[in-house]
Design a protein around this ligand. Structure first.
Ligand code: AMP
Length: 833
């Protein structure tokens, strides 16, 4: 019925908690309308605060009298549709020891009750119809001495009640002989506030009735975006959004900006200029709402009623001359502007007519020099723009990359080109033709950059060139294989500056090193998934050579978990695993085998979203899905690698699944090293002999089973990534399925006997044991408090741990579980203590 409120989500700094007050006695200006009976029990103290607002404090102090039963009833409180509500009480309580005369009858607790009803009629009910919420005790009581010092120790206690089934309820406080002042009562419910994530809007959502319930909420794509994978999030009982799944994408022509997809408004005012028998000159004004810097205009025109055959001209100016037109014919013009956010909508149609043949001849001779100048300027302008397009170097998002694509896809396209409607389809324009590989829309496969004769070509096919001046380097955050990794900011033209990570290639590199370094960008640039690290672009035209990616605030997952040992809820950990599995599903669908999947190669951002990174080692599958690419002599991360990949270099998505199982183990054990300090040779031998890692402590049985499935010797028996994603989704939707943990004795049966920290024989010292379970920080405290031998340690209780100052629940569990396990093994005769 009730639970105490702890907040296990303190690390989710981005999700702010959202509570809605149903009652706050401190903010009620007039009478609260509460009833006390008997009349001489609870009494309201008529005090006002510094703003003369009433403080509704109720007190009772009948500590010298026997058989007290004093009730205080609130007025009816609507629950506003919430099915779990929270009650925060602030009160002071007198220490009975400080009342010598009252010791026999004095109490130090009071009781809180509730009664549900659909309306206010339920007030006159009997005491025994109230349902008890809890007995409330004070953490701190006050004494005569405190009174003298005027120090009143205010206690705050929170309880929750649910599921509620009626429209509202009453609360009641029962005193049975304590000396209490109830200073304030706040009643509230929690909701997950409306947010936009991954371009999907999630509505205000009242949390579920069950304190462990996660509500699955569907998001709605923001304007100008479409569903990529159905966006969903989970609203926790604490009012936090967890485990975002899926995303929306901006429609073609729109680009994401501040969680919206915005493009320039249409050009509204178009004026005709000079008209001859073969040409029409036009000018126009910038759109009313450019929504960014206008990079160019696209002018589409066609002969009236001949819409299927039209011409497109692009111009950086707000005027053009369309020539080569038929005399005496009507032409329809439409113009649209492009910013970094893409194209806006076309203007309405403007219709103009060329001069008839006879009239054209009589056109004003005085205009000839102007025409000559205009044409010359036009030609020069055209040449400049072509040069600009082909050079492809600017901070602009679209120019370098998109233009080279355009040139590859339509080698015959000139700057000003007439082409059929079908060809102009923006989707088709995005089609990639690379080195003879034709990539059809919807059938995206990974292209190995090694298939390019010139690796520089590969990098420019898949990565945008960024000008070094657009990047501000701020600080070094890590060391990569080829040089430092820095954090910094990227400012692209027409876009807001945003944080990025910058990998640099150290000076004095060889050509091969440069190729390998940029190879990662050529691979990364082909991926577009919320759980794959996103490439912003590369700097290759100046030194140092750089790879710029999105910035992941929490760095690599293994270090992050080690730093925050025991701090996350199981659902948060499963959310991380779900993200990794989803990224891996995407990679395997693309035919890409990672080969180095490990927690150290996963990056995690401030939203706890995990993304697969590190594409340095990776290779591609051959066309035959059964044929795995084999390497000669590359380094293999033994602890993470499937036996068949180690033995005969059979790297497949199934071997990635094995590695994924190891990542699951790393995550659930907060960054523990797989197989601890065993040597690589011992690991290979043990795995070959059928040993597997034991379940991490406190691991839900369903997750450990999934790990074991990933570690099936027969690679065809391992689950596929899409199955893993579905399985994790199911667990997230039904968190109670995560409550069954692997128990200590079954963990022992899976133990890698020689090398588990708990199974490695007797610990020589308390320090060694604590170090082995990564609790070394408590060694001194244990020793100082007399727990200097393993025998003494075996007697430690949870209470003792709290007394020793081990306050983190995760750490308490780790120590207690390890002790429990040692006891089980002792019983089994496995580990002599
Ligand atoms: P790597 O060369 O990819 O292994 O990167 C070396 C280290 O730099 C990683 O372990 C991270 O700590 C850090 N790092 C790399 N990329 C990023 C990023 N995108 N955001 C934040 N930190 C990163």
């Amino acid at each position: 019925m009730f639970t105490e409120i702890r907040n296990p989500y303190i690390f989710l700094n981005i999700f702010f908690l959202f509570t809605v007050n149903l009652l706050d006695s401190r903010t009620v200006m007039g009478d609260l309308g509460w009833i006390a009976y008997p009349k001489n029990g609870w009494e309201e103290i008529g005090e006002v605060d510094e703003n003369y607002a009433p403080i509704h404090t109720y007190q009772v102090c009948k500590v010298m009298e026997q058989n007290q039963n004093n009730w205080l009833l609130t007025s009816w409180i609507s629950n506003e549709g919430a099915s779990r509500i929270f009650i925060e009480l602030k009160f002071t309580l007198r220490d009975c020891n400080s009342l010598p005369g009252g010791l026999g009858t004095c109490k130090e607790t009071f009781n809180m009750y509730y009664f549900e009803s659909d309306d206010e009629d339920g007030r006159n009910i009997r005491e025994n119809q109230y349902i008890k919420i809890d007995t409330i005790a004070a953490d701190e009581s006050f004494t005569e001495l405190d009174l003298g010092d005027r120090v009143m120790k205010l206690n705050t206690e929170v309880r929750d009640v649910g599921p509620l089934t009626k429209k509202g309820f009453y609360l009641a406080f029962q005193d049975v002989g304590a000396c209490i002042a109830l200073v304030s009562v706040r009643v509230y419910y929690k909701k997950c506030p409306s947010v936009v994530r991954n371009l999907a809007r999630f509505p205000d959502t009242i949390t579920g009735a069950d304190s462990s319930q996660l509500l699955e909420v569907s998001g709605v794509c923001v304007n100008h975006s479409v569903t990529d994978e159905a966006p969903k999030m989970h609203c926790s009982a604490e009012g936090e959004w967890l485990v975002p799944i899926g995303k929306c994408l901006c429609k073609a022509g729109y680009e994401e900006k501040n969680n919206t997809c915005q493009a320039p408004s249409p050009v509204s005012s178009v004026k005709k200029g000079k008209i001859t028998k073969n040409s029409i000159s036009l000018s126009w004004q910038e759109p009313d709402r450019p929504n960014g810097i206008i990079l160019e205009y696209e002018i589409k025109y066609f002969e009236k009623d001949q819409e299927t055959s039209y011409t497109i001209i692009k111009s950086k100016e707000t005027m053009i001359t369309a020539d080569g037109l038929k005399p005496g014919s009507a032409y329809v013009f439409q113009i649209r502007a492009r910013t970094a956010a893409g194209y806006g909508g076309f203007s309405r149609r403007f219709e103009f007519e060329t001069s008839p043949v006879s009239v054209a001849a009589s056109s004003d001779q005085s205009q000839i020099p102007i025409i000559v100048v205009s044409v010359t300027v036009g030609v020069i302008l055209l040449a400049v723009v072509i040069g600009f397009l082909l050079s492809g170097s600017c901070c602009d998002h679209g120019c370098g990359w998109a233009s080279s694509l355009r040139a590859v896809a339509y080698p015959s396209l000139t700057w000003r080109c007439g082409y059929s409607k079908a060809k102009q389809d923006p989707e088709e324009e995005k089609m990639h033709f690379h080195n003879g590989h034709i990539k059809l829309p919807g059938v995206r496969t990974y292209i190995d950059p090694h298939t390019y004769e010139d690796p520089n070509q590969a990098v420019h096919e898949f990565a945008k060139e960024i000008e070094a001046s657009c990047i501000t380097i701020e600080r070094v955050i890590g060391a990569g294989e080829f040089g430092e990794v820095c954090s910094g900011r990227l400012k692209l033209q027409g876009k807001r500056e945003f944080p990025v990570a910058i990998k640099t290639l150290k000076v004095g590199y060889t050509e091969k090193q440069r190729r390998d370094f940029l190879g990662e960008a050529s691979i990364m640039g082909q991926f577009d998934h919320p759980n794959i690290i996103h490439l912003e672009g590369v700097v290759t035209k100046s030194k140092p050579v750089m790879i710029v990616t999105e910035y992941m605030e929490n760095g690599s997952l293994d270090t992050f978990l080690k730093k925050n040992d025991g701090q996350f809820t199981v659902i948060q950990l499963v959310g991380m695993l779900r993200g990794i599995a989803s990224g891996m599903k995407y990679l395997s669908d693309m035919g890409y085998v990672h080969r180095d999947l490990a927690a150290r190669n996963i990056l995690i951002n401030s939203n706890l979203v995990c993304k697969v990174s590190d594409f340095g080692l990776s290779r591609v599958l051959e066309d035959d899905p059964e044929a795995a690419y084999t390497t000669r002599g590359g380094k293999i991360p033994i602890r993470w690698t499937a036996p068949e990949a180690i033995a005969f270099r059979k790297f497949t998505s199934a071997s990635d699944v094995w590695s994924y199982g190891i990542v699951m183990w790393e995550v659930m054990s907060y960054g523990e090293r797989p197989y601890w300090e065993m040597t690589n040779q011992d690991v290979i031998k043990a795995v070959e002999e059928g040993y597997r890692l034991p379940s991490p402590m406190d691991c839900p049985a369903a997750l450990y089973q999934l790990m074991l499935d990933c570690w099936q010797k027969d690679r065809n028996s391992r689950p596929k990534f899409d199955e893993i994603v579905s399985m994790l989704d199911k667990l997230i939707r039904n968190p109670s399925s995560l409550k069954t943990l692997v128990n200590a004795s079954s963990r022992v049966s899976n133990l890698l006997v020689e090398h588990s920290p708990v199974g490695s024989g007797a610990y020589k010292s308390v320090g060694e044991w604590l170090e082995a379970i990564k609790m070394g920080r408590y060694t001194e405290i244990f020793m100082e408090n007399g727990y200097s031998s393993m025998d003494a340690v075996a007697q430690v209780t949870l209470e003792d741990l709290r007394r020793l100052g081990v306050t983190l629940v995760g750490h308490q569990k780790k120590i207690m579980n390890s002790l429990q396990e040692m006891k089980v093994q002792l019983v089994n005769g496995m580990v002599p203590l």
